[in-house]
Design a protein around this ligand. Structure first.
Ligand code: NDP
Length: 485
């Protein structure tokens, strides 16, 4: 079967598709076959200029709409996305290689949730009234202006909407640059927003690699940058934004701990570890890739995990019975292969996977290492692929210290039946997004983000509003002004 997914043009600016073939061609590869399914072109300076001008013009008018009017557009977009869930899920699968079984429930639907949630909030985004005796003050919640969104390649539809929904709800406009690895889905989101009644120029998509992102970040017309990506990119983007004191949201990498105490429900803990390591073939920033299992439970955990791994179905991602897809790119597969080799070289015990099903496509088996120690490379560095590291522990204090001994702080999870221990341990873990007897849930109602090197700011929930708006304070004197002279 020949699969194609060629968009009408590379960019979506001012309400329409637009092409400039002078930009570097970017092949779009279907990860399951390695076949090229589309070509887009990186944005030229002229394209970037059009996108920023369009976003600026649209923002001024959009900010004048009432919150209820803005919210209506977002909620309509959510409905359109839900009505096209299958088509959008198929596009997500072609863009990323993630199995349709996942994309049907996790991607367009999460994008729709964000648009619905922030659409619902838009009408109630107000300032405060502050009584000050006979005087008073009030605050006005204002949009920031033109926002830039830059996405990673693992959740292209969701990332576009997690950034666009709160930005637009607050009265901003956005120029979004998807990862060059997955350029297709954001274009569809842009089309849908227009169909939902968004003004032309409100949400624009430009393609390109890091240099296009860098041009957007440094443009003086841009008020805010929201990046989802790795820590090294985050450092660069944060520094560039700081030069002009721009607002930032940084959703970066992680090496999160998942702690399984000896009293945990074994099946649930294994389920959490599977979700936290192998969903999306392990390409999830918040994954609990350091699985600390109490020594007394360790062999039972590994034995039962091996049994459950027999139910992995690796294959055609468009077949709904497939539950494990390829890596999203050949480059990422090579990185993961390198880490698996390093794990073996450094003495970790390979207990599952570690093999690469025949291509074409970028395949890997879900891989589990046991007897991993804290100093091993695979326990310290973000792999961003289907590699679970199982580490042993005995004491609560010790495992907390080891869990925190990382530059990252995105997520953390605890499995235990002891409620007070669960809350006590979570309170001491240095992570922004935590789970008790669960892993990797990301409902739009719950703030999402990291501490330490994993990020700045929060996405989702009312917390995101703080990061896409600013307060103007107004002091109102009711009496005479008493000056010293
Ligand atoms: P990268 O950091 O390589 O890239 C992220 C985005 O930034 C891409 O669109 C990239 O462009 C762009 N970019 C690269 N350099 C610059 C620059 N100098 N200025 C502006 N933009 C730039 O990350 P990946 O795409 O490889 O994604 C994987 C990483 O993302 C992992 O570390 C993962 O943990 C993290 N991530 C974090 C999430 C979170 O919410 N915390 C969620 C998902 C992923 P291009 O790649 O097209 O060249």
């Amino acid at each position: 079967m020949t699969v194609t997914a060629q968009p009408k043009a590379s960019h979506f600016i001012n309400g329409s598709y637009i092409e400039d073939k002078a930009g570097t061609p970017i092949p779009v590869i279907y990860p399951a076959t390695g076949a090229q399914i589309a070509t887009v072109h990186a944005a030229t300076p002229a394209i970037i200029e059009q996108a920023l001008q369009g976003a600026r013009a649209a923002q001024a008018a959009w900010a004048k709409c009432s919150g209820t009017e803005r919210g209506r557009v977002l909620r309509r977009a959510a409905d359109i996305i839900r009505a096209h869930n299958r088509q959008m899920s198929e596009l997500e699968t072609l863009d990323t290689g993630k199995p349709l079984q996942e994309t049907l429930v996790a991607d367009a639907s999460s994008a729709a949730d964000a648009l619905e949630y922030f659409g619902g909030l838009a009408g109630s985004l107000t300032g405060d009234h502050i009584p000050l005796g006979q005087d008073w003050a009030y605050t006005i919640r204002e949009p920031l202006g033109v926002c830039v969104g830059i996405g990673a390649w693992n959740y292209p539809t969701q990332i576009a909407c997690w950034k666009a929904a709160p930005a637009l709800a607050c009265g901003n406009s956005m120029v979004f640059k998807p990862s060059e690895t997955t350029p297709l889905c954001a274009l569809r989101v842009a089309e849908i927003l227009i169909e939902a009644g968004a003004p032309a120029g409100l949400f624009n998509v430009v393609q390109g690699a890091g240099d296009v992102g860098a041009q957007l970040v440094t443009d003086p017309r841009v008020a805010k940058v929201s990046l989802t990506g790795s820590v090294p990119t985050g450092r660069k983007v944060y520094a560039a934004a700081a030069a002009e004191m721009k607002h930032v949201t940084m959703e970066l990498g992680g090496k999160s701990p998942l702690i399984v105490f000896e009293d945990a429900d074994l099946e649930d803990a294994i389920g959490g570890a599977i979700l936290g390591n192998f969903y999306s073939s392990g390409q999830v920033c918040s994954n609990g890739t350091r699985v600390f299992v109490h020594k007394r439970l360790k062999e039972a955990f590994l034995g039962r995990l091996a049994e459950r791994l027999k139910d992995v179905r690796i294959g055609d991602p468009l077949d709904e019975t497939t539950n494990f897809g390829p890596m999203t790119s050949a480059a990422q597969l090579d990185i993961v292969k390198g880490y698996i080799a390093t794990g073996q070289r450094e003495g970790a015990r390979l207990v599952a996977g570690g093999r690469y099903p025949e291509g074409p496509g970028f395949w890997i088996e879900p891989t589990v290492f046991a007897d991993v120690t804290d100093d091993m490379t695979i326990a310290r560095e973000e792999i961003f692929g289907a590699v679970m590291c199982v580490l042993d522990f005995e004491e609560e204090d010790d495992v907390i210290a080891r869990a925190n001994a990382t530059q990252y702080g995105l997520s953390a999870g605890v499995f235990t039946r002891d409620l007070s221990r669960a809350h006590r341990v979570i309170a001491r873990l240095e992570a922004g997004t935590c789970f008790i007897n669960s892993y990797n849930d990301a409902p739009v109602e719950m703030p999402f983000g990291g501490v330490k090197m994993s990020g700045v700011g929060r996405e989702n929930a009312t917390a995101a509003i703080q990061h896409y708006s600013q307060l103007k304070s107004v002091y109102v004197r009711m009496g005479r002004v008493e000056a010293p002279f």
